[in-house]
Design a protein around this ligand. Structure first.
Ligand SMILES: Cc1cc2nc3c(=O)[nH]c(=O)nc-3n(C[C@H](O)[C@H](O)[C@H](O)COP(=O)(O)OP(=O)(O)OC[C@H]3O[C@@H](n4cnc5c(N)ncnc54)[C@H](O)[C@@H]3O)c2cc1C
Length: 382
């Protein structure tokens, strides 16, 4: 399908494909097995400018948008979803700064983020605040010149590896989530430490850790946007970032389908390649149909974001739900096409199946996002 990409989009897609083929494919099994953060690959993504693909040129970025970012995530995820999410989360940790930060904050942080000198993360989830994000308990108590942070955040992607963290904490705990604010915290400040690295089913190249705040002082200038606006800012952030999770799922599904087609062409049973069997052909055909449908939905949503459409909640949720369900189905079927060897770690499809599961869970589970779609439908006048 021709998507009429502009020159930058064609270029960044190709650059990401080259890094994926040359630097990620050869090491992805090791990164998964050793649960190793891909520091060198992040450096390459920084050196080529891809970490700043969606950032304006005046801050050192490439001047692209949501679609450009999705194209990079898709290509990286086609090779390894753990690397792709470690890359993608940098935008999650940065979007809020881009949308609500002051000019001074942008000039201070964005050039280092664009070049990959500094990695970022975003922290909302807590023990008591998962799908119910309103359950945040971490406090940022106002004090002279800033805030004192206390509490903890769990399951934070790039936790411990990132240099800059956008966190959501209560600056007025009496107001509950209406008293939440977004605050930047830099790694290394006193009172900010990390819990153990989580041992995960998939995306094992990515680092997931707890963030712990114990009387941690952050200066007032680290507040992003207005005090009390943290929750709506976070909800808007997810509208912008969910197409990226969709792209992660899409790349995974594409990689699994390609591996399944190649395997089916060369595996001989009953005297013929298994791709000559209709049962296998139909599985592969369904993969291709669903992948192309997911791609169309993600690219259309990303294009709407780039065109400045402000209310994109429903489309963003639909793109993430659809693509992640497709990724889970396609990767499971890819293992089926491989038969017994598909279950072994010698081939990439078992890892892809493990990696796919998380795309149905994070940035809003697919159940919770179906609630979002249904709520938008209820408001609509047809
Ligand atoms: C590997 C990994 C990386 C992550 N990275 C980050 C990160 O970088 N930053 C961050 O802030 N968070 C991160 N998260 C957290 C992630 O977004 C949450 O795990 C997710 O939102 C689900 O919350 P929960 O785990 O508390 O599940 P729960 O909310 O406890 O949900 C449990 C089950 O109940 C269902 N459920 C709950 N409420 C409803 C409802 N109202 N309607 C229907 N079903 C419902 C859910 O769909 C799910 O099936 C990460 C999580 C993981 C596992």
């Amino acid at each position: 399908m021709e998507y009429f990409f502009n020159d930058l989009q064609k270029e960044v897609k190709q650059m990401a494909r080259t890094i994926a083929e040359e630097k990620i494919v050869p090491v992805r099994a090791r990164l998964d097995e050793m649960e190793e953060f891909p520091r060198d690959i992040m450096k390459s993504l920084g050196d080529t400018g891809l970490l700043g693909v969606y950032l304006p040129e005046e801050y050192g970025g490439l001047g692209g948008g949501c679609l450009d970012l999705c194209l990079v995530v898709e290509e990286l995820s086609r090779a390894c979803s753990g690397v792709a999410v470690s890359y993608a989360v940098n935008s999650l940790g940065t979007f809020m700064l881009l949308e609500h930060g002051t000019e001074e904050q942008k000039r201070k942080y964005l050039p280092d983020i664009a070049s990959g000198q500094k990695l970022t993360a975003f922290a909302l989830t807590e023990e008591t605040a998962g799908s119910d994000a309103g359950g945040v308990k971490t406090t940022a108590t106002p004090t002279e010149g800033g805030y004192i942070l206390n509490g903890s955040k769990i399951f934070i992607t790039n936790g411990g590896e990132a240099d800059i963290y956008t966190i959501i904490a209560l600056t007025d705990k009496n107001k509950g989530i209406r008293g939440a604010s977004a605050i930047l915290v830099e790694k290394g400040v006193p009172g900010f430490s990390f819990g153990r690295k989580e041992k995960k089913m998939g995306i094992r190249a990515s680092a997931t850790r707890e963030l712990i705040f114990e009387d941690c002082f952050v200066p007032a200038e680290n507040l992003i946007g207005q005090e009390g606006a943290g929750f709506p800012q976070a909800m808007r952030l997810f509208e912008l970032s969910r197409p990226g999770i969709g792209a992660q799922a899409l790349g995974l599904a594409q990689g699994a389908m390609e591996a399944a087609v190649e395997y089916a062409k060369q595996r001989i049973q009953f005297g013929h390649p298994i791709i000559s069997l209709q049962a296998i052909q139909h599985m592969l055909a369904n993969m291709a149909i669903e992948i192309e449908a997911a791609r169309a939905l993600i690219y259309a949503t990303a294009r709407n974001v780039d065109a400045g459409v402000k209310k994109i909640n429903m489309e963003s949720a639909m793109a993430k739900i659809f693509a992640s369900d497709v990724a889970m189905k396609v990767t499971t079927d890819a293992v089926q096409v491989f038969g017994g060897v598909g279950y072994m770690r010698d081939y990439p499809v078992e890892k892809m199946m493990r990696d796919a599961k998380i795309t149905q869970i994070y940035e809003g589970t697919n159940q919770v996002l179906r609630n979002v779609v249904a709520a938008e439908l209820r408001k609509k006048k047809f």
